[in-house]
Ligand binder design. Sequence first.
Ligand code: KG4
Ligand code: ZN
Length: 335
Amino acid sequence: MKVLGIESSCDETGVAVYDTALNGPDALRAHAVYSQIALHAQYGGVVPELASRDHVRKTLPLIRQTLAEAGIGVDEIDAVAYTAGPGLVGALMVGAGVARSMAWALDVPAIGVHHMEGHLLAPLMDVDPPEPPFVALLVSGGHTQLVAVDRIGQYRLLGETLDDAAGEAFDKTAKLMGLPYPGGPQLAKLAENGTPGAFKFARPMTDRPGLDFSFSGLKTQVLLAWRASDQSEQTMADIARGFEDAVVETLAIKCGRALDEAGCDTLIVAGGVGANKRLRARLQEMAHKRGGRVCFPPPALCTDNGAMIAFAGALRLQAGQRNDNDAIAVTPRWD
Ligand code: KG4
Ligand code: ZN
């Protein structure tokens, strides 16, 4: 089955073709992402109406491009998967409208996918995918969650952020030091030149039991340190390093606890912050010490993309689900 996947929940248009007849990375016949970052950067954040309009402009050309790269004609598509939520309502409606219309015209099934299930399953598009049970750390701009996966499709929330998501904390911290939106990846880049230990920030909520997170206080600590500093380039890098270390260490401590609680040794990591190099190295080290395994998608599949939606959709279709008889609707808020 060749599944076309369409992602449009926020500021990236992602399209992919996933072929269930193939295995591992080969199954991803083609994927392309168009990022709207440049469009929104001047406003310091995503402007929902502009996002919707840009998805309208980009979705069809990106589908044509992806099908050409996959070497298949539109009539060879066996199903269409799309992000049905959570996300920006207008942006989601563009992807859902295109996906459902194509499925109807081609007379093939359509399936609406939960964006976070897409992220969660992305590490399984691997040659040697981990088998459940495992624990998933989902760290994106909108979510920070620890989820126990007993089997695909059956998820137990073990803990989540009580305020800012990890990616949001990266972005807000970068912004307060004057870096342009979205500052997360740039802050991580700056941190590479920072001196470890020059600034030490708290590891929030690690001094008490539990698997919830809180990152908003960390941002305030950085703000106070930044205001009291000489604000030189080196200080900026040192603060970035101190902040990154605090987030990475907090996530690592809670991942260790979650594995203990779930009684398993396999961790999968997904979402934009999963592209962070130091987080990847720290979790590898933790897994190695425990004699367990940690799996990440390649960095390009950590951030929003159509591949994860095509893949999650393929699994749901194989489980007998489809969503083409109801009205075209999306779920902007979806637990
Ligand atoms: O999953 P994603 O692409 O979109 C959401 O669903 O939110 O995640 C985007 C988030 C942003 O907050 C971005 O700053 C963060 O992931 N991010 C990073 C890195 N790359 C992306 N944060 C830290 N280090 C990175 N290398
Ligand atoms: Zn995402």
